[in-house]
Each structure stands twice: as C-alpha cells, then as structure tokens.
Write a new protein. Sequence first.
Length: 317
Amino acid sequence: MHAESEEMRNRLMSEFDHVYFDRVGRLEGEFVSNDTGLLLLDRAGACLQANFPPGSSMAATMPFSEANQPGLWDHAQSLREGWDELPLIENAAVFSHIYYSNYYHFCFEFMQKFRLIEPFDIKVVIMPAPIYRQGVFREMISRVLGDRLLLPANELVRLKNPMLADGWQSEESLRWLREFVGKTLPAQGRRYYVRRNPPKGRNGNNIAETEAFLAFLERHDFTTIDFGNGELSLAEQIDKLQGASFVLAAHGAGLTNLSYLEGPARVIEVFGRSVISTSFIRISDALGLDHHAIIAETLDERGDIVVDCDLLESLMD
C-alpha cells in the first residue's frame, strides 16, 4: 500500500475488518414484487425490503423512497382487492440489487444469488427487466439461468414462500465465477494500462495522462485498453487481458476481469480520495497476484488522479 497520508492508509485498511455473510432462505407467506424487485407487498399492504445489501450508504434512503413513491399505496390497495385472482407461483426466487448496473456488483453480488439457490429446486426467477436486457449482463444471465423460467418483476403474480438471497465477494464466490466463465489467462509478459470512460463521470475516474505518465507508459511498453461500459461480451472483455503480467488502472468495476488471470502478475490500482475499496485487492490476494494500491490525493482540473511517476517507476522492478 502506498498512501500519502496515514488517514487514507487507515481508511483503506479498515475495510479488511468488515465481515459479510451469504444469506439464502424463504420468506414465508404470499407476496407481490414491485417493478424494481426491491420491495415485496403482502396481502395486508405492508412493504418489506428485499435485495438491499447491508452496509450500503444508499440502503438507508432507498427503501424509504421506494415505499413512498406516489401511487404505491393505491397500487397496494388494488392488489389487496384482487389478491386471490392473481396467479400463484411457488418455488420462485426474487433477484435484484441496487447496484446491478455496476459490473463488479453484478458479478460478485447479483450473480452470486444463482450460486446460493443451486441446492434448491427453484423453477422461477423474478427480476427487473432492465437487468437482463443489457449487453454482457444479458449474456451471463442467459447462461446461468438454465431451465428456470424468467419473469419480469412487474408481472402481477403472487409468490408463495419466495426465496431471497444475498451474495458477497469471497474466495468461494471467486472460484464459482471462474468455473462459471470457464476461461483463464496465463501470464505471458504483457503490460496493460486500463483507461476508463464511464458514462457517468466523477472525481477520480481516471489517471491524469500527463506528459510524464504517457512517457512512462511508452518507456515500459504498456498497451492501453478499455473494457467499455457493458457493450462488450464477456469473452471480449477477458481477451483484452490476454497474457497479462502487469495491469495498471484507476479503481473501477472493469478490474473485476482480474478474476480470470492465472498469474504471476503485478497489479497497480490507483485511488483518489473519494472512492477507496479493497474489492480488487481481495481478488489479487485470492489468486496470488502481487497487488499495489496507490492512494493519490491530488486531482487535476478535470478531476483525474495525478499519480507519482517516480513511484510507478519503482514498482516496475
């Protein structure tokens, strides 16, 4: 870890103290899902929270916002009045996630719900339609769904004793993901710099491409790649790291693709102050990759991270 201040070092290290548990089980009773799959309504009109990851900053406000949308209570009343006329489905699971559009959260939290229901005879999976209509997400869901029936969350059906599941990043989830994908990349000495172009910009999205930084990339024969924003297939994304022995990138969801490296490889992950996470350090740790986290506290006028090129140079040995 390479940090300019003890404060930032401690902030990152504190994430290793977090403990999460995979959870799977049935919710007894009859429920109707709302269109986001984040609320379940029962016969009495009560709203129950579902598919919200604990510890999320958004989880504190989103259930309240969802439950207080204009018209929800009128909708709940209409459901109550025609409750017994709604089709009844058993052996169903309700899948959703507040961060499903993020590739990392999709792979290590949303997709893990399929891992967790494997021991159970689930015949129907309910999820919001936007999740399975998007590029690589659609591809991965199609592959893991098997012979289960997929229904949109806004379908008006009663779900009897629906199954809910929460999955988290772990060595078990990483092994499952690698086995599911069925493709890994041995190291062949290639060096990659990952440039990010996310549709929603934020401070610290990318590394500032100063003259010194570009000269560093050229001097050490880095190839610049971009994982895109979900439009590339899974194979296309993984193949961009073909033969990787060295990966340099700002923190971002595309580093989920480190999951398919065989190593030995060195990873340099650059953070700004705003978003600091151990997600990809944990992947490297599980795979035996040499991971260096750089926390840089200076941004340029565009909000890109100014990284110390002398430090980068020292990490090339």
